[in-house]
Design a binder for this molecule. Structure first.
Ligand SMILES: Nc1nc2c(ncn2[C@@H]2O[C@H](COP(=O)(O)OP(=O)(O)OP(=O)(O)O)[C@@H](O)[C@H]2O)c(=O)[nH]1
Ligand SMILES: C[S@@+](CC[C@H](N)C(=O)[O-])C[C@H]1O[C@@H](n2cnc3c(N)ncnc32)[C@H](O)[C@@H]1O
Ligand code: SF4
Ligand code: SF4
Length: 383
């Protein structure tokens, strides 16, 4: 029986394994692309290679689709239909898949996200198990968490002790009343306390992610940067992406990288970092200097919509219910949980993951009039 008031269970498409052969160039998310299901021998051994020449080194693991905030651009006020507990991977299942990714598939870096990853009770244990893994070259695996910061004040030291390398905290405004308006929860002070605790615990550099929303907090670009420079946090602005479940995203409403940079240039001197310094990072970074040229810090812009960086993408994603997603905007997924629970060995799981990644599409199609919005919302993908 479904308890009174409990939201219905989430259902998403999949499992489907797609392989893009790249023969006639088809729109990335089109039905034609999804219909290509032929495997390729180059996808059967070694690292997670795709047919466009990219190699995934960075695994983003969503630990839950649940959250204690309700950011307007991410969730409706009532929350979303959550995944049923039995569909969510256990801590042991997650660690097994991460170990496989590191030992057999060339992953070097693991990011824990969600939903809100701090809601996962076993987070410290999962981080500890991941931090003990070594890559084929014997290097430590870098681990990080992207969080809304609520509860971080209590857990930052424990996470650092478990081996966590870094933390990114999302904060869109310096004003508690605006925070309550954007997130529908009055928790600004908790986030500020979480940030301070992360810095105290040595989880450096602490990065701050901010989404600017037109008419709500788009006057805060310079203020947020001044605050971050003073506090020693590394601020990045994110262009809002069409990943909200209610489909309310409008390109014309989105605060663009160009607008953000124009606002920053009015108050700061920004010096672009050389393109080569960026690697596969989503953020473009500018050094902030004073009148004498002395370095004050830096600021990043993640311009997924207006300056996409898909050509250098090095990411693969695992959802909380054990689906591989090759891209944030994928419209299909590959089921690892089913295979895992049916007793598949590591070789089968690795082959399944490789085949999925081989089919990764060249990029998103946000500017294409036929763009297909993924069925999963951002909070269930793992942002
Ligand atoms: N389009 C796109 N956006 C991404 C990707 N990875 C992260 N983002 C977005 O970038 C924003 C910040 O993500 P974070 O989780 O902080 O990750 P990051 O920027 O890769 O983190 P660092 O390695 O710490 O710089 C979020 O809104 C993400 O959804 C990606 O592969 N593609
Ligand atoms: C989905 S959240 C998950 C982790 C955690 N709950 C948090 O907020 O940091 C990850 C990041 O995605 C960002 N985000 C969420 N929805 C977005 C959207 N539609 N466009 C751009 N960024 C978005 C959030 O601001 C946050 O920085
Ligand atoms: S952006 Fe993060 S904190 Fe905000 S609702 Fe989505 S998952 Fe929760
Ligand atoms: S949109 Fe997809 S391909 Fe582009 S950078 Fe993000 S995950 Fe990679």
């Amino acid at each position: 029986m479904i308890p009174f008031g409990a939201p219905p269970e989430a259902t998403y498409p999949g499992p489907v394994t797609t392989v893009d052969l790249g023969l006639p160039r088809v729109r990335a998310a089109s039905p034609e692309a999804r219909a290509l299901t032929v495997a390729d021998p180059r996808s059967t051994t070694g690292d997670l290679l795709d047919r466009h020449g990219r190699v995934a080194r960075d695994l983003r693991v969503s630990l839950t689709d649940r959250c204690n905030l309700r950011c307007h651009y991410c969730m409706p006020p009532e929350g979303l239909p959550w995944l049923a507990d039995e569909r969510v991977l256990t801590d042991d299942e997650i660690v097994r898949l991460i170990r496989l990714a590191v030992h057999d598939l060339g992953i070097h870096e693991v990011r824990f996200t969600g939903g809100e990853p701090l809601l996962r009770k076993g987070l410290e244990d999962i981080v500890a198990a991941t931090s003990q893994l070594r890559t084929a070259a014997g290097e430590t695996v870098r681990t990080s968490v992207t969080t809304n910061g609520i509860g971080l004040a209590r857990r930052a030291a424990k996470l650092a002790a478990a081996g966590l390398t870094r933390v990114n905290v999302s904060l869109d405004t310096l004003h508690p009343d605006r925070f309550a308006q954007i997130t529908r929860r009055d928790r600004h002070a908790d986030v500020m306390a979480g940030l301070a605790a992360a810095a105290d615990a040595g989880l450096a550099p602490v990065k701050v992610n901010a989404v600017l929303l037109r008419g709500t907090n788009d006057d805060e670009a310079a203020g947020l940067l001044r605050w971050a420079l003073d506090a020693g946090y590394r601020l990045r602005f994110i262009e809002q992406m069409p990943l909200d479940p209610h489909g309310s995203w409008q390109r014309s409403d989105m605060v663009t990288a160009e607008e953000i940079l124009a606002a920053l240039h009015r108050e700061f001197t920004l010096v672009p970092r050389p393109g080569t310094a960026r690697g596969a990072a989503p953020a473009e970074t500018w050094d902030v200097v004073d009148a004498s040229g002395a370095h004050l810090g830096d600021v990043g812009v993640i311009a997924s919509v207006t300056r996409p960086f898909c050509g250098d993408c090095d990411r693969t994603r695992l959802t909380a219910d054990g689906q591989v997603r090759t891209c944030l905007f994928s419209t299909s997924e590959t089921d690892l949980r089913g295979a895992l629970r049916e007793g598949a060995d590591d070789a089968v799981l690795a082959a399944t993951w490789r085949a999925a990644m081989w089919g990764k599409l060249p990029g998103h199609d946000i500017d294409d009039p036929g763009f297909l919005h993924p069925t999963r919302p951002m909070s269930a993908i793992g942002g």
